[in-house]
Design a protein around this ligand. Structure first.
Ligand SMILES: Cc1cc2nc3c(=O)[nH]c(=O)nc-3n(C[C@H](O)[C@H](O)[C@H](O)COP(=O)(O)O)c2cc1C
Length: 384
């Protein structure tokens, strides 16, 4: 099976199945000299771990990372960084009855059709547990990006149709999002969502939702037109997360119903910060002539574009939102077909999340970090 690696210069490969002995990642291309500790990785893995939010599975995934290579005396060596996360608390027996059944909404039938066999225990490699390797790799990318002041923050924007406040709206607080286990940036919305998840749990059902992400401190200039536009690679990265059904940037799909005069972001002179991506001079002073080469520094009155133009970062925050479907594994009775073609009823046993959205938040951040670390390195080859 191909397709387990991502990135060009900052390249990650993940490995492992949900109920195998371990999973993890190998990061190849991380520059030497970056301070990195196991705590940097542990911090992000803890945010992905289940058992922290209402409606979250009771599985106790220890998620203790081990750095096997690529780090010496607290700094990256420039050699491949291998991280191992051993699986513990697996209840493989829960999946014995599912060996011959195709779970509705899950990857069982398509995997078996394609490969002729599959590991049914916990969903094998199509399990959400696979994302632990991504989060570990993302933590390394984040450390690299933080040196340039690039900060990536995602949060739960809605669950089951209940929306959290949006940035600028009363009650919106990212501090609050990090304090409640649902990662909702608003106390009242968090309480309503918690009640909904409790009801769904009793009804043996599940919910989907939206994750918003904001990348700030990003210099203008990142992204490689034509096929490797910033938005295109971010789209691919986020859509590769299990259960993701869509992504929109800035004003998003609403742009389709807008007009050019309303949607265009008006450029204004100056950004108030040095042009870090190009290493050229900072903003022009009043009356100062533009120094060749290069256009003046700009920012924009609005950010309907979501921080990219022509696939290149504008220096405004990159903002996107991703949609995740309701969890497929529900204990409510559903109809399906078994591998012998007989119609069957099933109730998916095991310990599942009622909603995975809060756990997806750090995965979205990790994938965004991997994209940006790769594009930041590739940017250095843009011009002399
Ligand atoms: C962090 C995370 C946890 C997940 N947990 C579950 C789960 O407990 N039960 C489930 O049915 N799907 C879960 N999923 C989603 C499945 O992995 C996904 O729906 C499945 O592989 C089918 O792929 P698709 O929905 O992208 O088509 C999880 C996904 C993520 C990212």
């Amino acid at each position: 099976m191909a397709g387990n690696s991502f990135g060009t210069l900052f390249r990650v490969s993940t490995f492992g199945e949900s109920h195998g002995p371990a999973l993890g990642c190998v990061v190849d291309g991380c520059p030497a000299g970056i301070p990195l500790s196991v705590d940097d990785i542990r911090r992000d893995l803890r945010r992905r771990r289940p058992g922290h939010s209402p409606g979250s599975t009771t599985r106790q995934e220890g998620d203790e990372p081990e750095i096997l290579s690529g780090v010496y005396e607290g700094k990256t060596l420039g050699t491949p960084i291998a991280i191992l996360i051993r699986n513990r608390d697996q209840h493989s027996g829960d999946y014995e009855g599912l060996k011959d059944l195709y779970r509705p909404g899950h990857a069982d039938w398509t995997w078996e059709l394609k490969y002729g066999l599959r590991d049914p225990r916990g969903g094998g490699r199509s399990s959400g547990r696979e994302t632990a390797g991504r989060v570990a790799a993302g933590a390394i990318a984040r450390t690299f990006l933080a040196r340039d002041g690039i900060v990536i923050q995602a949060w739960t924007a809605s669950i089951g149709g209940i929306h959290a406040p949006v940035p600028g709206e009363e009650g919106f607080s990212l501090t609050e999002a990090e304090q409640n286990s649902l990662r909702v940036p608003g106390k009242k919305a968090a309480e309503r969502i918690e009640a909904l998840l409790g009801d769904l749990q009793k009804a043996e059902d599940s919910a989907g939702g939206l994750v918003s992400c904001r990348i700030s401190g990003l210099p203008p200039g990142l992204g490689e037109p034509v096929f490797d536009k910033l938005s295109a690679i971010l789209g691919r990265a986020i859509l590769s997360i299990g259960a993701c059904k869509g992504i929109q940037f800035g004003a998003g799909f609403a742009a389709a119903g807008s007009t050019g005069s309303a949607h265009n972001d008006t450029p204004v002179r100056g950004t108030g910060r040095p042009r870090a991506a190009t290493g050229e001079a900072g903003p022009l002073l009043p009356g100062e002539a533009a120094v060749s080469p290069g256009p003046p520094d700009l920012s924009f009155k609005t950010n309907n574009a979501g921080g990219t133009l022509g696939g290149i970062s504008t220096g405004m925050d990159v903002e996107f939102q991703a949609a995740f479907k309701p969890v497929a594994s529900i204990s409510r009775i559903q109809r399906t077909v078994d591998r012998y073609g007989a119609e069957q009823e099933l109730s998916v046993p095991g310990r599942h999340d009622v909603c995975i959205v809060p756990r997806v938040v750090p995965v979205v951040e990790a994938m965004a970090a991997l994209v940006l670390a790769d594009l930041a390195l590739r940017h250095r080859a843009a011009k002399v």
